[in-house]
Each structure stands twice: as C-alpha cells, then as structure tokens.
Design a protein around this ligand. Structure first.
Ligand code: NAD
Length: 338
C-alpha cells in the first residue's frame, strides 16, 4: 500500500551523507586508531541519523552504522569468531536520557518498585574477550565487528594483571569480557618519551590502548603499560554454579583471579544511580584511568534475560556519558602545522 508519504529528497540525501561520514569515522577510530573528530561530534551525528531512521522507518537499513558494532577485524591478525557476540551499549547523553532508559525498563518489566542496578565506571580503552580453558588463558580477541574479532593472544599475555592461570573452583571453559586501558600517568609518560624520540604519540589513552593491543610484535606491546578490568562473562561451561546477579558474577571472576574495578557499586533504584553518577563525575579527575562515563546495568540476570537485546546493544544496560573533554587537541595541533 502507498500510505507512507513520499520522503523529501533532502532527508534521503542527509541520511546518505550521515552514513558515509559515520562509516569513515568508524574506520578511522576502530581500524586505524586515528580519529579525526571528537567523540561528542560523532555522537551528535549518530543521534541525528538514529532520529531520521526513527522518523522515516522506510530508510532503515541493516547496513546502516546505527545497526553495527565497531569496525572490521584487520587482516594482519587471525580472526576469531566470538561464541557470544560482543555488543555495544546504548548511550545516555543527558539526565533525561537516563530517566527515559529507567522508565523503559520499569515499563517492560512492569515494575513500580525500585530496581537493583550495578553501577560501573565506563573505562575508556578497548574491549577484549579472554578464553580460559581448564584455567589457562588460551585465546584473547578484540571485539572487531562484534561477531569476528582479531586474535591478539600473544599481546594480551604480556599484560601483567591478566592471569595466565585461574585459581580456585573455576569452570572448565570460561569467556571473560573486559576492557584493556592505559592509566593516565603511564599514557602521559609514554607520550613524553615518544615525542622526545621523535616517534608517534597517541591522541588519548583509548587510542594508546587500542593501538598497543594491535601490534604485530608482542615485544612492543610488552613495553606498553596496559591494564585490564573484567566487566562480564561470555560463554561459561556449567560445572560450577554461577551467581544469579551481575555483581555476583563479577565477584566470582575476582575469586578466580581476574581484576575488577573497585569503583563498582550495587544500588537500589534510580535516585541512587543519579548519586553514583554525581559522585564519579566529581572524582573523575582523581581516577588513575580515563573514563568517558558510567555504565548502569540491571543487576538481576533473570531480569536482564527478560529485557533481552536489540540489534547492537542490550536493553538492560546503558552507557551514561559524561560531558565531552577536549581530547583531540593533539591531532588538531598537528593539522594546523601541515
Ligand atoms: P561505547 O564505547 O559507547 O560502549 C561500549 C563499550 O564500552 C564496550 O564495548 C566496552 O568496551 C566499553 N566498556 C567500558 N566499561 C564498560 C563496563 N563497565 N561494562 C561494559 N562495557 C564497558 O560503544 P562503542 O561501540 O565501543 O563505541 C561507540 C563510541 O565510540 C561512540 O559513542 C563514540 O563516542 C566513539 N567513537 C568515536 C569515533 C570518532 O571518530 N571520534 C568513531 C567511532 C566511535
């Protein structure tokens, strides 16, 4: 039927333009580790495209950047197919966005009482998946496009706070998801030394972490001060009873020797999420690592399951971003000199 109104050519053109821009920025950010625009600008264009696709559903396409996760895995590495996909997170850019998220959840779950949430810092590094078989670290992969990532096992084995062997009563097969990041002080020292030697510096700790992880020579990665915090489990074999809350599972990971952030907190209801957001935002500058916001997750795993997923992100979690920091000064300065 022809009930849908004709779409203005200007809208179609803007959608094509936004897709082309975001595709280019994704490549620069995920594949080259060299973004040319600040995250806030990227987020603004992404939102604009999401809104247009929402207003004109006939323009939606499975290949749109709004439906995809990350970037393509580089050919220089062996590829790894993730047993469970590594997804992205929906973003809340304002308090109102977060309130809307909490209302959506309460409605879907048909709950009027306070829901329990797990609040975590949003570490600004690179997502990795670690596979432990019989307690031994056997494979490590980047997120890639969410389905297929890059095999970076040799590089990850050089990161000191990632255990090569688990301890305690661990499951025989365990996938761990977490973030590899470069602490701020180490990042600054690294850049100072690189600049003094006339070598390439990194725009920010995130690019430093992602770039260091994807070295073809693991001896180079070994010299980079990388750290890791686990934030979830992927596929787990079933000989060990698992906790039925997200935080309970993080504690299990910790018992098996995996590091988790000590800023993670379980709270009751929306008001306590706001308090956590305020608290971390105020202490942001004192943290040893860069964060670009917090992540709020429904803590009860049965509720997570009820909520499920949309194309690229779970419905039970949201990345509540902090106001943008000017992070592209380094790149801009270089551009001006050219
Ligand atoms: P995201 O960074 O918004 O959120 C998902 C990621 O958060 C996960 O993959 C994980 O790596 C990370 N994370 C950190 N702490 C976590 C925790 N405690 N629990 C769960 N996950 C945690 O999504 P994304 O898809 O990785 O990237 C999209 C964002 O990247 C954009 O919003 C934009 O800011 C930035 N980006 C910028 C450019 C650019 O050109 N500047 C290009 C592409 C993307």
């Amino acid at each position: 039927d022809d009930s849908t109104p004709a779409i203005d050519a200007a809208v179609t053109e803007r959608v094509a333009q936004l897709r082309a821009l975001l595709t280019r920025y994704n490549r620069e950010y995920y594949e080259l580790d060299e973004p040319s625009v600040p995250d806030a600008e990227y987020d603004r264009l992404f939102r604009e495209l999401q809104q247009l696709e929402h207003d004109y559903p006939s323009l939606l396409s499975a290949t749109s950047p709004t439906q995809k996760v990350g970037g393509k895995a580089l050919d220089a590495f062996q590829s790894v197919r993730h047993e469970t996909p590594m997804l992205s997170l929906d973003n809340a850019l304002t308090d109102d966005d977060f309130t809307a998220f909490s209302k959506r959840i309460a409605e879907r779950l048909d709950r009027q009482d306070a829901i329990e949430f797990c609040c975590e810092p949003k570490l600004d590094g690179a997502a990795v998946s670690l596979l432990y078989v019989n307690g031994a670290l056997t494979q490590a992969a980047t997120r890639g496009d969410g389905q297929v990532g890059e095999d970076i096992t040799a590089n990850v084995k050089t990161i000191r706070n990632i255990p090569l062997q688990l301890e305690g009563d661990f499951p025989q097969r365990l996938e761990v998801r977490g973030e590899v990041f470069m602490p701020i002080q180490a990042f600054e020292q690294y850049n100072e030394r690189a600049a003094a030697k006339g070598e390439k510096t990194f725009a920010n700790p995130r690019n430093a972490a992602a770039g260091s992880l994807r070295q073809l020579d693991s001896r180079i990665t070994a010299q980079r001060p990388l750290h890791f915090y686990a934030y979830n489990m992927g596929v787990v074999s079933d000989e060990v009873a698992l906790a039925d809350t997200h935080f309970g599972r993080l504690e299990q990971l910790q018992q098996w020797g995996l590091p988790i952030s000590d800023e993670i907190k379980v709270v009751q209801g929306v008001q306590q999420c706001f308090a956590y957001h305020q608290d971390i935002l105020q202490r942001r500058a004192q943290l040893r690592y860069e964060i670009d916001g917090i992540v709020i997750k429904v803590n009860d795993l049965a509720l997570q399951q009820d909520l499920g997923f949309v194309s690229r992100a779970p419905r039970w979690a949201i990345a509540w971003k902090f106001p943008a920091q000017e992070e592209l000064t380094v790149i801009r300065d270089v551009d001006f000199q050219v």
